[in-house]
Design a protein around this ligand. Structure first.
Ligand code: DGP
Length: 114
C-alpha cells in the first residue's frame, strides 16, 4: 500500500534495522524501544491489523508469522522469555495500520499487561 509506513520499510524505501526476513515476513528493530530487545514482525502483504489477518492472509503467511516470532526470539537469545503484543485499533493505541507483532524482551516484564 502506497502510503503505509511499514510497506515502505519492507520495500526498503525507509531504512530500518532488519533482523529477519522470509517469503512472508519482515522483522526490524522498533525505532522507540520499550525493552532492551524490541522487534516488530510484519507480514509482507498489507493487512491493517490482527482483526482482519485471519480472513486476508494465507495459512502459509499466518504460519510464517508465528514461526518467525520463535526464530527471532531464539536468534536474539531471549531464552528467559519474552512478550508478544499486537495492538489493534484505537482502544489499544495502534499507531501504524499495518499488522505488526511487537517482540519485547531482555528484562522482566510487568505482571500487569495493561
Ligand atoms: P503500535 O503503536 O502498536 O502501532 O506500534 C507502532 C510501532 O512502530 C511503535 O512502537 C514505533 C514503531 N515505529 C513507528 N515508526 C517507525 C519507523 O519509522 N521505524 C521503526 N523502526 N519503527 C517505527
Amino acid at each position: 500500500m502506497d502510503n503505509c509506513l511499514f510497506c515502505k520499510i519492507i520495500k526498503g524505501d525507509i531504512p530500518s534495522t532488519k533482523v529477519y526476513e522470509d517469503e512472508f515476513c519482515f522483522a526490524f528493530r522498533d525505532i522507540n524501544p520499550q525493552a532492551p530487545t524490541h522487534i516488530l514482525v510484519v507480514p509482507r502483504e498489507h493487512v491493517a491489523s490482527i482483526a482482519e489477518a485471519g480472513e486476508k492472509l494465507s495459512p502459509e503467511a499466518l504460519h510464517a508469522l508465528i514461526s518467525a516470532i520463535g526464530k527471532i526470539a531464539a536468534q536474539e537469545g531471549l531464552n528467559n522469555g519474552f512478550r508478544v503484543v499486537s495492538n489493534c485499533g484505537p482502544d489499544a493505541c495502534q499507531s501504524v495500520l499495518h499488522l505488526h507483532f511487537h517482540i519485547l524482551g531482555g528484562r522482566q516484564m510487568a505482571d500487569q499487561m495493561a
